[in-house]
Design a protein around this ligand. Structure first.
Ligand code: ADP
Ligand code: MG
Length: 238
């Protein structure tokens, strides 16, 4: 349950400025949702927070520590992607335990953490199956399970439900809300789905072309979008 602070965060690829100075404070246990058009920099921001992408400028603090140059494995963060690339030849149990095994965690401790995550996600009956024997929603639950077993302080979700059909998205949205209550972790969640944003978020951050356009509680943004652009994502139809 770490707080995060982004100060003047920038990212350039060569001469292309992609993130142009982002300031944002996120409280411990807060559920923050990023929305914005394709290409505005949502994934880039998450990848910088996770340490998967070097930060060009500014300060990133997690849990009060400067993290700009800290190894991804030491940031207390786990990321869940849109395409849940499970290892096809490993069972659910092995997929969930892999990162821990890789990190040298003892076998019985791995078993304990995998069983706990499986309980939280109702994956217990599926632990010995292979990914190809699972539905899309079950696979995505395994992907979330892989994040949970690491006991991160911060979860980053990059459009985790956009490959699922509408019915399953609703179900998984409720699951993620429950997960947030149960784990009491800080969560940053990228989505295109206005309903997901409105129902999951404590705070919504609207991004546009590498900058923050508006930050607020869902109903604040819904009732008082700063401009047409924000209204297009989250505002009430006028
Ligand atoms: P979003 O997730 O909001 O759709 P991204 O963070 O993926 O946006 O991308 C933001 C911008 O950065 C886009 O213009 C994209 O083309 C560019 N970009 C992302 N990754 C790279 C890269 N490795 N090299 C060059 N440009 C990149
Ligand atoms: Mg993206």
């Amino acid at each position: 349950m770490s707080s995060l602070s982004l100060k003047g965060i920038r990212k350039s690829y060569g001469s292309l400025d992609v993130i142009k100075g982002v300031d944002l404070d996120i409280k411990a246990k807060e559920f923050v949702v990023f929305v914005g058009p394709s290409g505005c920099g949502k994934s880039t921001l998450l990848r910088m927070i996770a340490g998967l992408e070097p930060i060009t400028g500014g300060d990133l603090n997690i849990g009060g520590k400067r993290m700009n140059d800290v190894d991804p494995s030491r940031r207390g963060i786990a990321m869940v992607f849109q395409t849940y690339a499970l290892y096809p030849h490993m069972t659910v149990r092995e997929n969930m335990g892999f990162a821990l095994r890789f990190a040298g965690v003892a076998k019985d401790q791995i078993a304990k953490q995998v069983n706990e995550a499986a309980r939280i996600l109702a994956l217990e009956p599926l632990l010995d199956r292979l990914p190809k024997e699972l539905s899309g929603g079950q696979r995505q639950r395994v992907a979330i399970g892989r994040a949970i077993v690491r006991h991160p302080d911060v979860f980053l979700f990059d459009e985790p439900l956009s490959n699922l059909d509408a019915e399953l998205r609703v179900h998984m949205r409720i699951e993620i809300a429950r997960l947030h209550r149960e784990l009491q972790a800080t969560m940053i969640y990228v989505t295109h789905d206005q309903v997901e944003a409105m129902t999951l978020a404590d705070t919504i951050v609207v991004l546009r072309d590498g900058r923050i356009e508006q930050v607020g509680r869902p109903l604040e943004l819904y009732d008082n979008p700063a401009n047409q652009f924000v209204a297009g994502f989250i505002g009430s139809p006028k």
